[in-house]
Design a protein around this ligand. Sequence first.
Ligand code: PHE
Length: 346
Amino acid sequence: MINIKINDIVADAYETITKAKDKRIIDDLSLKYLGKKSKLSKMICELVNYALPERKVIAIAINKAKNDIKNLLQQKKQEFSKAYYHNQKCVDQIDCSSSSLYFPFKMGSLHPVVTTMESIVYIFQHLGFSIFEGNDIETDWYNFEALNIPKNHPARDTQDTFYLNKDKTTLLRTHTSPAQIHIMETHTPPIKIVVPGRVYRNETQDVSHSSTFHQVEGLVVNEYVTFADLKTIVKEFVFKFFKRELKIRFRPSYFQFTEPSAEVDIQCYLCQNNKIDCKICKNSGWIEILGCGMVHPNVFKSVKYDNNLYRGYAFGIGVERLAMVKHNIEDIRLFYANELAFLQQF
Ligand code: PHE
């Protein structure tokens, strides 16, 4: 009779334990079948009611049942641990960089203006420049005055400005050069920075003009800085960007905040100076890529730098211009038209 009872308990334990879904349930079942209040434990207490030979047999049967249940619980616990470990291992082994053949979506790509800007900045970083961020919204002082462009100066007309208020004190920056003032106001030389950013000009859009475009400004200030240093950096940049030796020319130019000033042209690498119906260089054989020069003494005055102590050079690179040259794009407006057919080429 008692043996039947023990067998029933073991059968019931087997059924519930094998069905258990997690480790916590196993712990509960362990209490239920082997704990102090379990049926088997109660039976042990009741053993005194049996005569000795019978008591011994029952005790052996109860112990065997307890051991069987214990083993089963142990086995089940191990299974859960293994599964957990296996899952963990799977998580650890996921290679986030591997692509799936079955990935149902087409991957997007970065915009050519972004990749061009990134590669320009990357090159300068490797030439020892730090990255600095300017502001899209500027005051008249930073965009013009401090850069030696006084009020009512005709030079302001060349940079058609989007003003943000009636008295024309705040505006959308027309170039990244105001960042020169911010960095010099807050740092003492040596300075060696590039400032990537978006600029705005209120001008009619055409194949080579857009009201929004991007520049990367460069500024180097130290005790001994020469135009030769500027030339070296520009040459190095052009070589690294186009990955080949291109002819460069420094054409004398005029910017209010640099003296002397120059614009840099590279040999047209599409027509290789053959000038035969070339849309990129418009048959001139040269493509302008940046404006540059030695920092004007009045700019140093604006930021209270000692003109007898410091020299500097600055440059401003047109990002769209470089992207157009690199990818053979003839119309700047394509960058902003959001046409999938155009964007999917990159
Ligand atoms: N800020 C000038 C422009 O937008 C470019 C420039 C930058 C020229 C720095 C000289 C030095 O045209």
